[in-house]
Design a protein around this ligand. Structure first.
Ligand code: LLP
Length: 422
């Protein structure tokens, strides 16, 4: 459920007409709903109530400072995967003891940054990484809290590009090697083992793969404790999927069901639980709004050429992802529908959002909105074709603010420098 609904024939972002934002900000743009972000965070927080837990927002899904501040102020921790994300979390006021540092390729500089600023734990993904972290922490005279990310060899049953917990994926260490790797961690100076980490993939639409993986982690917890390690914390990753198509019967499990399963699996283990949801918090909290430039007759099809493109929202081009696309002015009931190929202005055929999508008749200058664009939307955008990054807007009730302005052409161009000798 989100806060983008039609009222009196107008698509609203909470209590603000989307068309009003478009008139003020220009298109294309992203708009996020504070109420939806907070509601989704609260759903997870409540689902784990009664057990010691921390919900760490996977800020790779949406790392705008205003979004981070909103969630951080509500009590969220952050899951970061780079020095840049770490600095963004800190800049938004999140304290180091609520930041978990994930990622398969952390550099010594990134480790130093987090150890200086404070960090809840590093989720270590390999032995070489463990050795570097040991050296960095020792050189600073501190102890780095760590979990080791295990690969449980579970099929997440999701898109192959976002599945991460199968044998052969680049993530974590094979679970059967855990005993050996934890012994190595315990022997290295400057490291303090605090738990286990697992993340099997993104946009999971069933609970079973999670449960399979979590049962393995439960057994591993007992085994590692028996081997003398202090396992006080389990990071269970993110990955719970969202419904991208409202009209379909697709209904991924709810955070409440997920939370109940987590409580069931880890019942009696006396361990703190961390989770790292990204998409389920930010996905349905955002729209990308775009304007029709031309309706073009393509012979056997009609093209809707819009001012948003693959550089602004890459998910359809990259994963063949489906997004609901709706007109900003609500069509009257029973309005005739026609199939459109909806495409952007970028010079490649891959710049296609969808083919043969049935929509009410549209014409130049009409506004349309891509739903479920709050996660992996703005963060994955680029300036390909020298199209400046599009603005982001945050709505709260009847107020809205631009939380990242559209750069001018000059700002974009002047980031480049021409050497003197040219
Ligand atoms: N934790 C770790 C270690 C992760 O790698 C990820 C996502 C998450 C948490 C959050 O997963 P979520 O709850 O958002 O599913 N760009 C792709 C998704 C990539 C996900 C990468 N890792 C997309 O647009 O679908």
């Amino acid at each position: 459920m989100d806060h983008f609904l039609y009222r009196d024939g107008q698509l609203m972002a909470e209590d603000v007409p989307v068309a009003q934002i478009a008139a003020q900000v220009g298109t294309p743009f992203y708009v996020y709903s504070s109420a939806t972000l907070l509601r989704h965070f609260a759903l997870f927080d409540d689902a784990l109530s009664g057990i010691d837990h921390l919900v760490c927002f996977a800020m790779k899904s949406n790392s705008n400072q205003a979004v981070l501040k909103l969630l951080g102020d509500a009590g969220a921790g952050m899951d970061v995967v780079s020095g840049g994300e770490y600095m963004r979390a800190k800049a938004a006021g999140v304290s180091g003891d609520k930041i978990v540092f994930s990622g398969v390729g952390k550099t010594a500089d990134e480790m130093r940054l987090a150890l200086e600023g404070g960090v809840r734990q590093f989720n270590v993904e390999s032995e070489p990484e463990m050795e570097v972290l040991s050296a960095v922490a020792t050189s600073m005279g501190v102890e780095a809290p760590i979990t080791v990310r295990v690969n449980p060899d579970v099929d997440a049953k999701t898109h192959e590009k976002i599945s991460t917990g199968k044998k052969g994926d680049k993530f974590g260490i094979p679970i059967e090697r855990a005993s050996e790797v934890y012994a190595r961690a315990a022997a290295l100076p400057g490291l303090k083992v605090v738990g286990i980490d697992v993340h099997i993939g993104s946009q999971l639409t069933q609970l079973e793969p999670f449960e399979l993986a979590y049962n393995k982690v439960r057994e591993l917890t007992k085994q590692l404790r028996a081997e003398g390690h202090e396992i006080i914390r389990l990071d269970l990753g993110g990955g719970l999927g969202i419904p991208y198509a409202q009209a379909s019967n697709e209904a991924p499990p709810l955070p409440t069901d997920y939370g109940a399963m987590v409580k069931r699996v880890f019942d009696g283990l006396d361990v703190e639980i961390e989770i790292e949801p990204g998409r389920l918090i930010s996905g349905n909290a955002g729209l990308m709004v775009s304007k029709v430039i031309y309706v073009k007759d393509g012979g056997d099809r009609e093209f809707l050429i819009i001012d948003g493109a693959m550089n602004d929202l890459i998910r359809p081009a990259m994963y063949g992802a489906y997004h609901d696309i709706i007109p900003v002015i609500e069509p009257a009931a029973g309005t005739e529908q026609t199939p459109y190929d909806i495409v952007g202005p970028v010079c490649e055929s891959g710049d296609t959002f969808t083919k043969g999508r049935h929509m009410a008749l549209l014409k130049a200058d009409d506004l349309i909105a891509f739903r479920s664009a709050g996660a992996y939307g703005a963060v994955m955008s680029s300036e390909y074709n020298s199209r400046p990054l599009i603005p982001e807007v945050l709505v709260q009730g009847d107020q809205f603010a631009v939380i990242r302005p559209r750069p001018t052409f000059d700002e974009m161009i002047n980031r480049d420098t021409i050497p003197e000798w040219l």
